[in-house]
Design a protein around this ligand. Structure first.
Ligand code: NIG
Ligand code: FE
Length: 407
């Protein structure tokens, strides 16, 4: 048993509801607080002196100076396993080139596929590991990671094996997702429907056999997979026992509806979601995931996070970190910026990157500082939690804990 503290403030998020809007008066703040950890889980929180008297035999980890403690963050949507670099795409986009011109000059998702196919297992593992470390430095200890730059049996499995291997060397929780349905690869002979069937027949059995992922993702969009074939594909994967998440409504409305209809855990992007579909989503159990990093990377509008929350949706925010549309990878900066444009309260943003984001991954044992929860925390050297989002990512996490241990 270990008592950690005292913290100037502990923002527990313990009492907040899973869905809908929040105001900052709802935040539970323990002043001069302590956390008691036992076996990687939180066994008690409260006033530090009180806990010290109550548990005199507990080991004691003293926090010098003023720190604020929060539950560690979850990034529930990333593509951080990849080869190559798309800086040229970024430059060309900003110079006014179109999607087609960029693709024709060797850019776009396909160029990441080529570089990821060329990359060795070891190279992918090492670069993935570096990116995971960057995320943990931000205070993120639960990270979803997608395949989707292999797009054939060999390379999709390679990516998922790399992610599985990476789990052995990080204390963070990695959640792999199979995104073989990112794009129909240029070298596939057949229709996009044929390719989706190929995923079901040739890729998913291997994913299942090696226990490489429990989740399936698809990019439903004019330039990728069409609504009806996507729905049929998702229903098949569901029958195989996979959980579902969808890249939905990024440029064209309509696919968030499919996500809800197939019972997806989350519908991600939603920049183009129309009013009726906001309502449909808000009444469902599907988490709406905003990806401000993609809006910032592409210069596109933000997800209507305010409207989603007001309608009662479960809103999460994730980085979408990938080599193309979202190269930044700083979830705290992105969430802070989304808050300024969409007018999100501090409570709404913190919920969206903690327990609501974990819920999008089907994980409900973390993201709140409360009895029984996984003891993953992040502390910031400040006396007021408002400073964290105020500095828009430039106030670094001071200490990051996994299972109650500093990493
Ligand atoms: O979430 N929208 C589709 N997929 C990714 C982009 C991946 C890429 O550009 O490489 C996204 O933004
Ligand atoms: Fe994405």
């Amino acid at each position: 048993m270990k008592l950690i503290g005292p913290f100037k403030q502990i923002i527990t998020l313990a009492n907040l509801p899973l869905r809908g809007k929040l105001n900052d008066e709802q935040l539970e703040i323990i002043v001069d607080g302590g956390v008691l950890v036992d076996n990687g889980k939180i066994s008690e929180t409260g006033n530090f002196s009180f806990l010290k008297n109550k548990f005199p035999d507990a080991d004691f980890e003293k926090v010098e100076e003023d720190h604020v403690l929060l539950p560690a963050f979850t990034d529930c949507h990333t593509h951080i396993c990849f080869g190559g670099n798309r800086a040229n795409d970024f430059a060309m986009r900003n110079a006014g080139k179109t999607y087609l011109e960029i693709a024709e000059s060797g850019g776009g998702i396909w160029s990441s596929v080529i570089h990821t196919r060329e990359a060795s297992f070891e190279y992918l593992l090492e670069t993935l590991h570096e990116r995971i470390k960057k995320l943990t430095y931000l205070g993120i200890t639960t990270i979803e990671i997608k395949s989707g730059y292999g797009l054939d049996v060999e390379n999709e499995i390679k990516m998922l094996r790399v992610i599985k291997e990476a789990q052995k060397t990080t204390p963070a929780t990695l959640v792999p997702t199979c995104l073989s349905a990112h794009l129909k690869p240029r070298d596939f002979e057949g229709s996009s429907e044929d390719y989706l069937n190929f995923i079901v027949d040739e890729i998913l059995p291997k994913v299942k056999n090696e226990n490489l992922a429990k989740r399936i993702d698809i990019f439903i969009e004019k330039s990728a997979f069409q609504p009806q074939e996507s729905k049929a594909f998702l229903l098949k994967t569901k029958e195989l026992g996979f959980e579902i998440t969808v890249h939905a409504d990024q440029f064209t409305a309509g696919s968030s509806r499919i996500a809800v209809e197939v019972g997806a855990k989350s519908a991600d992007h939603l920049e183009a979601t129309i009013e009726d579909d906001i309502k449909f989503l808000a009444e469902s159990g599907t988490v709406a995931v905003a990806l401000p990093g993609a809006s910032l990377g592409l210069g596109e509008k933000f997800t209507p996070a305010r409207k989603l929350l007001d309608a009662g949706a479960i809103l999460a925010i994730a980085s979408d970190w990938n080599p193309g549309s979202a190269p930044m990878g700083n979830l705290i900066t992105q969430a802070s910026i989304l808050a300024t444009f969409e007018k999100l309260t501090t409570a709404e943003v913190l919920a969206a990157i903690t327990f609501r984001a974990a819920h999008a991954l089907g994980i409900d044992d973390r993201g709140r500082i409360e009895k029984g929860a996984k003891a993953d925390f992040v502390s910031f050297k400040t006396d007021n939690f408002q400073n964290i989002l105020y500095h828009q990512g430039s106030l670094s996490a001071a200490k990051v804990y996994v299972d109650g241990n500093k990493i």
